[in-house]
Ligand binder design. Structure first.
Ligand code: SAH
Ligand code: DHB
Ligand code: MG
Length: 223
């Protein structure tokens, strides 16, 4: 099976099940126009994040890795009334595009884009007493995944759902000798998750318009 077929099926699913949303479409268009890398989640994946947030009845969501705010809009539009999403982004250009996209989606009041290295911002969120979050979506630089997961746990409660994107990396995740920093980060993350007694977790491989990858889902089961 080819990338072309995976993309065709993604289009089929999207046309059938993902209602067109002008703000989401404009967010992608303007992200491309601004030269941002096209590494946002796909429309069906975005909708899955939205459904997961709804299932959580989420009032507080944390996202690590904003890019142009595409996944941010999917998640924030699932918040229950008065809910808030905090999204962390290190690149000022990405943050600027994201703020515009989030504004056009009418979500400025619900979303706080925090500029800075997430490894600096996450401890600040803890010391500010932010959280616990109902859902955490980790989707930034892959080498820091183990650290992001540890901070996500600190900002969690029993019932928090932690989702980590891009944990299969074209299947390279099985290569114990990989020198790729992202693959190594993902493998370390998987070991951390496997050893973590406070979560029940699994990973789902995916093919999509974005290629062969996958996401991990961890549910926090103790306070
Ligand atoms: N979640 C987005 C895609 C995020 S791409 C979506 O699906 O639409 C990853 C983003 O993480 C990029 O914008 C990148 O600049 C950001 N990033 C990389 N390293 C980071 C760090 N240390 N702290 C915060 N953000 C980081
Ligand atoms: C990469 C990052 C992502 O968030 C993604 O969805 C795909 C690829 C990357 O850094 O390679
Ligand atoms: Mg991703």
């Amino acid at each position: 099976m080819s990338q072309e077929r995976w993309a065709a099926v993604d289009r089929y699913i999207t046309d059938l099940l993902v209602q067109p949303d002008p703000a989401l479409e404009a967010a992608l268009k303007d992200s491309v126009k601004a030269g941002l890398p096209p590494i946002n989640v796909s429309p069906p994946q975005g909708k899955l994040l939205h459904i997961l947030a709804k299932m959580q009845g989420a009032r507080r969501i944390l996202e690590v890795g904003t890019l142009g705010g595409y996944s941010t809009i999917w998640l924030a539009s699932a918040l229950s009334r008065g809910g808030k999403l905090i999204t962390l982004e290190v690149d000022p250009r990405h943050a600027e595009i994201a703020r515009k996209n989030i504004g056009r989606a009418g979500l400025t009041k619900a979303v706080e884009v925090r500029l800075g290295n997430a490894l600096d911002t996450l401890p600040k969120l803890v010391s500010e007493g932010r959280g616990p979050f109902d859902l955490v979506f980790i989707d930034a630089d892959k080498p820091s995944n183990p650290e992001y997961f540890a901070w996500a746990l600190k900002l969690s409660r029993k019932g928090t759902l932690i989702v980590v994107d891009n944990v299969v990396r074209d299947g390279a995740v099985v290569d114990a000798k990989s020198r790729d920093a992202s693959v190594r980060g993902v493998r370390r993350l998987n070991q951390v998750i496997a050893a973590e007694k406070r979560v029940v977790a699994t990973t789902i491989q995916t093919v999509s318009a974005k290629g062969y990858d996958g996401f991990a889902v961890a549910l926090v089961v103790v306070d």
